[in-house]
Ligand binder design. Structure first.
Ligand code: NAD
Ligand code: TYD
Length: 339
């Protein structure tokens, strides 16, 4: 079987490719990626020369490119990770989010319809549900929670989800959607909370915490997300949505303190900076459905996953030193310079 993975040079997509190739060595994996600032070909070094792996550079919005690839590779399964993914960038410039996340998803769906692809999976996010109040720890996002987005990022992802459902209902595309909580692990671009804090701490730089640091995210180790997607592809029902999360809620400040403790860095590095506009307060997934229907449970607890992740960044400097030396410096100055 051929599996097309879009956005596979990014964080979760690359981890998924490694996971899939290890557990399904009989399959061919084709990765379609535009290699934006967030995509890194060196991430895929370990699989690049494997005979059952192929990398194709291209934009999921480019219909001709996408259709040519489907024509040539005949994928039976398509898993779409390709997206613009950073909330702060979406506040700075929303239009590319609309383009890639909405139009790009629609282009892939159109190709699945045209070529009769057996299964399309949309990797979505819990952010489509908006946020929950801090003082109501009893509330969780279920698959029935209404879409109520806060940022251009989450709005574009919600729009994409609706398009997936439309292609399923109207054209019979065999599609599933997963909505996962915040992921962490190796190969995450250092614009997101955990890798940014780890890299800054390793370099003895300030650790910029937004607002009071009391916003809550529900963290999941990336491999557990990959397993959830595998289960959805194997046992999930087309037309269905599955929430993915491991009941692991943490305040941002506690995550940053943990990074300091693990790296033996002083908490005096922590610097409180201006809050994000429209900052979602709390995300919390109710994973009952995927647990009951597909038997999924997370395997990695947060403390172990964080230890492993922090060690990975400490031991893989050549991966991130190239990234933080280039245009990332400009990004950092723009986002944090006057914050
Ligand atoms: P990422 O930003 O690390 O990687 C995105 C990848 O997509 C990059 O390789 C990039 O080059 C590629 N890409 C971007 N635009 C493209 C285009 N037009 N055509 C082809 N490729 C393009 O993202 P990530 O954190 O790995 O997230 C992957 C998916 O998972 C996204 O859809 C995101 O919404 C979703 N998600 C992420 C998280 C998280 O915590 N990171 C949580 C839940 C869901
Ligand atoms: P992020 O990793 O951008 O994920 P998301 O906003 O999509 O959940 O941010 C996670 C949390 O960390 C969020 O509440 C914002 C906060 N944050 C900081 O306090 N400082 C930072 O430098 C970054 C990048 C995020």
């Amino acid at each position: 079987m051929t599996v097309l993975v879009t956005g596979g040079a990014g964080f979760i997509g690359s981890n998924f490719i490694f996971y899939w190739m290890e557990n399904h060595p009989e399959d061919k994996v084709v990765c379609l990626d535009k290699l934006t600032y967030a995509g890194n070909l060196s991430t895929l070094k370990a699989v690049m020369d494997k005979p059952n792996f192929q990398f194709a550079k291209g934009d999921i919005c480019d219909k001709e490119r996408v259709f040519d690839l489907f024509r040539a590779e005949h994928p039976e399964v398509v898993v779409n990770f390709a997206a613009e993914t950073h909330v702060d960038r979406s506040i700075d410039g929303p239009s590319v989010f609309l383009q890639t996340n909405l139009f790009g998803t629609a282009t892939l769906l159109e190709a699945c319809r045209e070529f009769g692809v057996g299964r399309y999976h949309q990797v979505s996010t819990d952010e489509v549900y908006g946020d929950l109040p801090l003082e109501r720890p009893d509330l969780f996002f279920t698959e029935e929670t209404p879409l109520y987005t806060s940022s251009p990022y989450s709005a574009s992802k919600a729009g994409a989800d609706l398009m997936v459902q439309a292609y399923h209902k109207t054209f019979g595309v065999q599609a599933t959607i997963s909505r996962c909580s915040n992921n962490y692990g190796p190969y995450q671009f250092p614009e997101k909370l955990i890798p940014l804090m780890v890299l800054n701490a390793l370099q003895d730089k300030p650790l910029p915490v937004y607002g009071e640091g009391i916003n809550i995210r529900d963290w999941l180790y990336v491999k557990d997300h990959c397993r959830a997607i595998e289960l959805i592809l194997q046992k999930g029902k087309p037309g269905e949505i599955y929430n993915v999360g491991g009941h692991n809620e943490r305040r941002n400040i506690d995550v940053v303190r943990l990074v300091c403790t693990e790296l033996r860095k002083p908490e005096s590095l922590i610097t409180y900076v201006a809050d994000r506009k429209g900052h979602d307060r709390r995300y919390a997934i109710d994973p009952e459905k995927i647990h009951k229907e597909l038997g999924w449970l997370p395997e990695t607890n947060f403390e172990d996953g964080m230890k492993r992740t922090i060690r990975w960044y400490a031991e893989n400097r050549e991966w991130w030193e190239g990234i933080v030396s280039g245009e990332y410096q400009e990004y950092y100055k723009k986002m944090y310079g006057s914050r």
